[in-house]
Structures are given as structure tokens and as C-alpha cells.
Ligand binder design. Sequence first.
Ligand SMILES: NC(=O)c1ccc[n+]([C@@H]2O[C@H](COP(=O)([O-])OP(=O)(O)OC[C@H]3O[C@@H](n4cnc5c(N)ncnc54)[C@H](OP(=O)(O)O)[C@@H]3O)[C@@H](O)[C@H]2O)c1
Length: 280
Amino acid sequence: MKVVITGASGQLGREFQDILDKKGWELFPLSHRDLPIESFEEVLRVLKEIKPDIILNCAAYNYVDKAEDEWEVAFKVNSRGPLNLAVASREINAKLVHYSTDYVFDGGKDDLYQETDEPNPLNQYGRSKLLGERWVLEENSKALVFRVSWVYGNGKQNFIFKLLNWAKERDKLLVTFDEFSVPTWTRFIAENTLKSLKEDLSGLFHLVPQGLTSRFHLAQEVFKLKGLQKRLIPVPSSTFNLKAKRPRFSAMDSSRLQTLLNVEFRDWAEYLKEFLTSSY
Ligand SMILES: NC(=O)c1ccc[n+]([C@@H]2O[C@H](COP(=O)([O-])OP(=O)(O)OC[C@H]3O[C@@H](n4cnc5c(N)ncnc54)[C@H](OP(=O)(O)O)[C@@H]3O)[C@@H](O)[C@H]2O)c1
């Protein structure tokens, strides 16, 4: 099986490389520099040359606050890039897998978000990701699109890495208590992506573990599992005066995918424990 990974040096891209290496699949990990996905000519040229069976699009612009000013870059990477991949993968008859976000929702619901709920992003990042997922599904009916949330893994662009880094310098940390979603390990995403490919699924799915949490409770759990004694102070998200608005509640439900895969996902805290005790 020939697999192209775009955005291969990001957290999810690296996870796929680790997992697929062990499977003995023929991998083509392409970093931002190898393949800037916003260029259709480049995307088509590279994909026609490699002729992959599968394209895992792990490339994204994930700087939620910076995207308020740099929205043109965010739309190039998160909307135009996936559109290019959708069109090119259709042309070469390759299966495209793309990832979106819980930030397509506005947080106004008081229950878990389903695939059928109407998105209404509050920020430019969410708007750029929503357009990306819509273009992929419009242009390529065989594509698979997964919405994931609060992604962590072997990388720096995640809340857990930042938390542990802040803890090196401070004994007292302020963490928001009024933002809720589902922390999702890159290994969980990669493994369930492979299961979905095996079942030849296509369309839009929510892909997160069971349960949900606040950032504050997540921080408590991380420090408990790491055996770190830090003073955690719950504060409202308004304390940080961040540029981009975020949904207060964006936890999603993955029942649809679990039914089709005939699996039961575990609670987010169990994956977190595995991650923090794994050999990254
Ligand atoms: N991180 C989260 O909390 C989160 C939450 C919800 C959804 N997601 C989604 O989950 C997926 C995986 O995210 P992740 O956390 O693995 O992301 P990540 O660690 O930020 O990696 C993204 C990768 O994309 C690359 N990239 C940026 N612009 C590119 C371009 N124009 N062409 C090609 N590559 C480009 C980046 O390279 P450079 O760094 O060199 O630019 C980086 O290696 C993404 O679709 C993301 O939107 C993530």
C-alpha cells in the first residue's frame, strides 16, 4: 500500500509515520517544504508522480489566535489545500483522508455535538476548517473527513505540552474552567483512521473518545498522572483576553463511527494515561 502523508512533521503526521512504518507500508511523508498543499500544480504533480493508494492530509494551519489576523494564510492551508487534495485524489483515484475540528461549532448546544448539527464557527480558524471539510466532501464523494478535538501527541502545538512546559517555570498556574471538549490522542486518531479505511468508509465522522472535560480538569489529571505538585487556579477564559473567540462547549459524539466500526471507544482519561506513560 502506497501512502502519502502531507504535513508529515506535525503531531498527527509523525504518529502515522510511527504506526505505518511498523506495518511495512510504503510511506511518502511530505513535510510543508516538500509539498505546500495550497499549490494545485504542485499537489497534482507530486501525486501523479507517486501514485499513492491513500493520502492522509495531516497538514493544517492550527494557530487559532493568529488566524484572526493571518486569515488569508489559514484559508489557503485549511480550505484551498484540502480542496486541491480532493480534486487531485479524485483524478488519480486515491483515497483521501482529511481532518477537521470541533471549532466548527459555536458551543451553544448543551449536549454532545452530532454530525447532523449545524456548524457555526466563532473564529477564522473554524471558518477556514469548515470550508475545507465542505469542499473535500463536495469534490470527492469517496473522501473520509474526521472532526477531532484538543489533539495531543508527540509535538509542541498542544495544551498538554504547553502545560508541562509552564509547570517547569511556575508553581501556580491559571487554567480555564469554562471551556469543555474531548482531549484526543493522535494514536487514537491514527488507529481508528486505519480501521475506517479497512471498512472503506467515506463521508463525515466525529472521531473523539468517550466523555468530556474542562481544561481545568484536564490540567488536574495531567499533573496527577505526572505526580507534579502544582497549584492550579480555575479562572474564566475571559482572563486571558485571547484574540479568537472559542466555543464554550464543543464536545462531540462519535457513536456513529463506533457503530460502523463495531468498536467501543474508551474514556478520554484512559488514553491520556497511556500517552503520559508511553515512551514518547
Ligand atoms: N492540534 C489541535 O488541537 C487540533 C484540534 C482540532 C483539530 N485539529 C486538526 O487535526 C489535524 C492534525 O493536527 P496536528 O495537531 O497534527 O497539527 P500540527 O502538529 O500543527 O501539524 C500541522 C502540520 O502542517 C504543516 N503545514 C502547515 N502549512 C502547510 C502547508 N501550506 N502545506 C503543507 N503542510 C503545511 C505544518 O508544517 P510547518 O509547521 O512547517 O508549517 C505542520 O507540520 C489538522 O487537520 C488539525 O486542524 C487539531
